[in-house]
Design a protein around this ligand. Sequence first.
Ligand code: HEC
Length: 99
Amino acid sequence: MKKIALILLCIYNFSYAVEYDEIEAEMLAVSCTSCHGINEETQSVAPVLAGMPKDSLYEILLNYKNGKKTGTMMKEHVKDYTDEQLEQIAYFFSNIEKD
Ligand code: HEC
């Protein structure tokens, strides 16, 4: 029974993308820009996120959160966001021009 619930949960998570909320997304993404900048011009210590495809960015963030992807500090930064919030953040950066 538990397995079925888990499978249903996965299907639910993957088939319904959250609707992009520009204001919420920007507020959530501000905490990332101190290290990542907004675009190439404002890039700081971390790779530029602007213009990354939304789905791959979202997947990377989920992988950091569930420990599939490791790094120096990203796990700490994504752990308190819900999956929906990470998707909003992914929308935000994918909608920004790289330069
Ligand atoms: C304290 C600095 C810092 C903050 C804040 C930060 N990051 Fe990072 N991020 C890094 C560093 C450094 C890396 C390079 C990989 C590593 O060392 O973990 C990275 C890597 C990444 C990557 C992988 C890029 C690639 O090309 O593989 C993504 C995606 C990412 N961060 C997204 C975010 C998002 C979204 C936020 C906000 C929720 C965020 N980061 C907040 C420092 C930061």
